[in-house]
Design a protein around this ligand. Structure first.
Ligand SMILES: C[S@@+](CC[C@H](N)C(=O)[O-])C[C@H]1O[C@@H](n2cnc3c(N)ncnc32)[C@H](O)[C@@H]1O
Length: 253
């Protein structure tokens, strides 16, 4: 018995045996086609938002132009997410268990898609205290949404502290500058999603990884095997250097 306890303790101390991560760089639709059916326990992802007529109006012209400029010029950040990708995500998940960040233009598409496949819906919100001042003839763009869809029988974990459905925080300008991505999401929110909907050893997929926030969240929460891509690698590398660890050691976690 004592030996078993010791062995468990030792294995627990070897991060590479507990968790691993894989970063894949490319168009997620192509990459998803190579991921086997029913091999992913949880998807946490932030696809491009669908921006309709985004270049008009605004009461602070320069700020608004800069905001839309970074979405349009940064590439692929305003085009939405086709159902073709959602179909692939349903195929690779063991059972639908998915968080999708989105704006109001995508709510109908995502809800129709997943509810027609028998999923239940939860709506979480992120209220930004420092929104871009684009408010001519419209409300401020100060709220973003996280839709959570799951099939019957998919369990939730977490606690009172991780299960609230609204978050009120500023956008993280420091991280945007540090990691060079215009739509970085708050790490704390994503950590709660991971805690609430996965357990140790689960495979977690983010096909629209951006700067890697989902990967960092999974690493910090522990457990899980994550699929990453592009910029995330840079961010993880820098983070690992700041913590004086080798990249290989870090990616093995
Ligand atoms: C909204 S951002 C995700 C930001 C991320 N949540 C973060 O905190 O850094 C969406 C990302 O998906 C990328 N993207 C767009 N189309 C893609 C595709 N077909 N395959 C893979 N990535 C794509 C964009 O370039 C962008 O980096």
């Amino acid at each position: 018995m004592r030996l078993k306890k010791r062995l468990v303790k030792l294995l627990g101390a070897l991060p590479c045996l507990r968790r691993s991560m894989e970063l894949l760089n490319g168009n997620c639709l192509d990459i998803l086609k190579n991921i086997p059916d029913k091999s992913v326990d949880l998807v946490v992802t932030d696809p491009p938002y669908e921006i309709i007529g985004g270049k008009s109006g605004g009461c602070f012209g320069r700020e608004k132009r800069a905001y839309h400029g970074e979405l349009y010029d940064g590439g692929n950040l305003d085009v939405g997410c086709p159902n073709e990708v959602l179909e692939e995500l349903v195929r690779v998940m063991v059972k639908p268990n998915i968080y999708l960040w989105c704006n109001k233009n995508q709510l109908k598409q995502y809800i129709n898609f997943f509810e027609s496949r028998g999923c239940t819906t939860d709506l979480l919100t992120w209220h930004k205290t420092n929104p871009v001042p684009t408010c001519n003839n419209k409300y401020l763009s100060d709220t973003e949404y996280i839709l959570y869809f799951r099939a019957g029988g998919v369990p939730m974990y977490g606690s009172y502290n991780t299960k609230k459905k609204y978050y009120i925080t500023p956008t993280n300008k420091a991280d945007k500058e540090k990691w060079g991505h215009p739509t970085i999401k708050p790490l704390g929110i994503i950590k709660n999603l991971v805690i609430n909907s996965s357990k140790d050893g689960d495979t977690i997929l983010d096909p629209f990884m951006g700067s890697g926030t989902t990967g960092v969240a999974v690493k910090e929460v522990g457990g899980g095997q994550t699929f990453y891509r592009h910029r995330a690698r840079q961010r993880i590398l820098r983070d690992s250097q700041e913590k004086n660890r080798g990249l290989n050691e870090y990616l093995a976690i």
